[in-house]
Design a protein around this ligand. Structure first.
Ligand code: SAH
Length: 565
């Protein structure tokens, strides 16, 4: 899998022109601007430190247009943690300096040179090996893997101390490097897929030219099979499974554990044939057993060209609207999506998207059709996201997607990697702003009678009110449903006093949000529209003034007699 596009992070409008020049070099990169300071960025952020750390932890390359010191201090707390280190660069806001800071093994110097070239300046490269040899020996190109980093560092420092080196095996990318080559040298760069004992005077680099075709197996059996064939695990490029095994969790786990992509293909006959037919320039092939075969290619393999991936469908919740209330898993899912489906308003809210991402906007009412379209796309191996506002499981797309799958007998749909990612639902976002009106037992209802008979709604309202549950009403009113809310409030009023606290949250977490605290006696349907969440307290819900104006609303956790504390 490739690294995500870089994030260009800026603090002020003064950096926008330089940011745009860098973006021309990386069209998929988004410009993140500080809200209130930058106009016209692709994404707004509220807090510089939190944003930078989040990007870093998501392994996103960072190009920060600010002082190097600010970036260093901001990321310092994360540097001792183990994990991926994405490239991080500081660029002067006028574009006059490009300073690679972190991610030497992630290609930061390559990025620095590219950016410097785009800005027509020299990159501030400080890595000795890179300066001397014109390449980072410890960061071989795509298709090759370094054997051991610690041994490698020592190897490079020996080279820097003046030793010469031999190159064994095909290393085309080193042709342009300036290495002190000598056939008699003690040090050797060894390129090959055979298993080899690490040693201090060899820099082992493995071409990723090995494919294992399989119908069953675990990481352990795969390791043993490669070992028996004298093939280094580092040379494993990809697992290719029979497409009938697409939903097989053991294969998925094996690929995850070994850190290689898992692709699928129709099996022509035996697994050996599957392995042999997948590899373009076959060197050797080995049949391990009925369910596993190895193929070794003459060149590194590009897994993206082998078979097809398992398609993915994620039904995600955006939360109420504000970016800070979107869970990180949802942000990551949006970044990896090929296709984004949903009601236009929500798709726009989830964006902006890159040029390579396809938006499919539909009317709010075409839910089943949208769900089926999502499966059709995902079944082709694409990564598809269906967006809902709030939580996708609360009067939204998750149930429609599952219904579409339940109704289908298409194995390709059932094989899709389906996941539902939660979001902050409007009732919870509204409740949090008001205090804790849902702090005790509560009942969530949609007042829309589009998909259920009104009689059921009346019955549930009556029983929930009788049960003294706090109430959260979604879809309280609309132009086509003008009278239902008034009737609902009449039913509630039969069981609750006129003083019962009511919270109205409109466009919570969105521009122009309003929060209003009133009472059941004062509430009239004209105070409510379809963008409003209505929360009605129970008999124990309390209200008291807040110091900054307005009121706090909460429902205590106890019921009946207050417990002594
Ligand atoms: N899945 C969504 C709910 C969809 S139903 C969620 O979990 O929030 C749509 C209804 O949700 C609207 O009619 C309104 O009552 C409520 N709603 C959604 N977003 C809202 C917001 N930002 N502020 C207030 N109410 C909202």
């Amino acid at each position: 899998m490739g690294r995500p596009a870089p994030a260009i992070v800026i603090l002020g409008n003064g950096s926008l022109a330089t940011a745009r020049r860098i973006q021309q070099r990386y069209p998929d990169a988004l410009i993140h601007g500080l809200a209130g300071r930058v106009e016209g960025a692709d994404r707004d952020y509220q807090e510089f430190g939190a944003t930078l750390r989040e990007l870093y932890q998501q392994d996103t390359p960072i190009i920060a247009l600010c002082a190097a010191g600010i970036v260093i201090r901001t990321l310092a707390p994360l540097l001792l943690e183990k994990g991926a280190e994405p490239p991080v660069l500081a660029v002067a806001e006028d574009g006059s300096a490009v300073v690679p800071l972190l991610g030497g093994l992630g290609g930061v110097n390559v990025l620095a040179r590219e950016i410097a070239a785009a800005l027509d300046v020299a990159a501030a490269i400080t890595t000795s090996g890179e300066l001397r040899f014109g390449t980072c020996l410890l960061n071989p190109p795509a298709g090759y893997a370094l054997g051991d980093l610690e041994l490698g560092k020592r190897f490079v420092s020996d080279l820097l101390a003046g030793e010469s080196v031999r190159i064994e095996g095909p290393a085309p990318w080193l042709a342009a490097a300036q290495l002190p080559e000598d056939q008699q040298a003690r040090l050797a760069i060894h390129v090959g897929h055979a298993e080899r004992k690490p040693s201090a005077n060899e820099l082992l680099i493995y071409p990723r030219n090995v494919l294992v075709a399989l119908t069953a197996g675990t990481a352990e059996t795969l390791r043993a099979a490669l070992h028996d064939a004298n093939i280094a695990l580092q040379s494993l490029a990809c697992l290719l499974a029979d497409e009938r095994e697409m939903a097989n969790p053991a294969l998925r786990e094996a690929a995850l554990e070994l850190g290689v992509p898992l692709r699928f293909s129709a099996r022509p006959g035996s697994v050996l044939e599957l392995a042999r037919s997948a590899v373009p320039s076959l060197l050797t092939s080995i049949e391990i057993n009925d369910s596993m075969a190895i193929a070794v290619a003459a060149e590194p393999l590009d897994p993206l060209l082998l078979g097809r991936p398992r398609g993915r469908l994620a039904v995600i919740g955006l939360g109420p609207g504000a970016a800070e209330l979107m869970v990180p898993a949802v942000k990551a899912e949006l970044a990896r999506a090929h296709d984004i489906l949903g009601y236009e308003t929500y798709v726009r809210m989830a964006g902006p998207f890159r040029a390579d991402q396809v938006m499919h906007c539909t009317d709010n009412r075409e839910e089943m059709q949208r769900a089926r379209h999502a499966f059709e796309l995902a079944a082709q191996g694409r990564s598809v996201v269906v967006v809902s506002s709030g939580d996708p499981g609360v009067f939204a797309m998750a149930a429609a997607v599952l219904e579409a799958l339940h109704e289908s007998s298409d194995a390709n749909w059932h094989n899709v990697d389906l996941e539902i990612l939660p979001g902050v639902s409007a009732s919870l976002a509204t409740a949090a702003q008001a205090g804790a009106p849902l702090g005790h037992d509560f009942c969530v209802m949609s007042l829309s009678d589009n998909l259920k008979p009104w009689a059921i709604i009346e019955k549930r309202l009556d029983l929930a009110s009788q049960a003294d549950l706090a109430l959260a009403f979604y879809n309280p009113i609309s132009r086509s449903r003008p009278w239902q809310l008034g009737r609902a409030l009449e039913i509630v009023a039969q069981h609750r006093t006129a003083e019962t606290p009511v919270v109205l949250g409109r466009d919570i977490g969105r521009p122009g949000q309003t929060l209003r605290v009133t009472t059941l006696g004062q509430l009239t349907p004209d105070q409510v529209d379809m963008r409003t969440m209505v929360l009605i307290g129970s008999s124990t819900t309390c209200v008291f003034p807040r110091a900054e104006g307005g009121a706090w609303v909460y429902t205590p956790r106890w019921y009946g007699d207050k417990p002594t504390s």
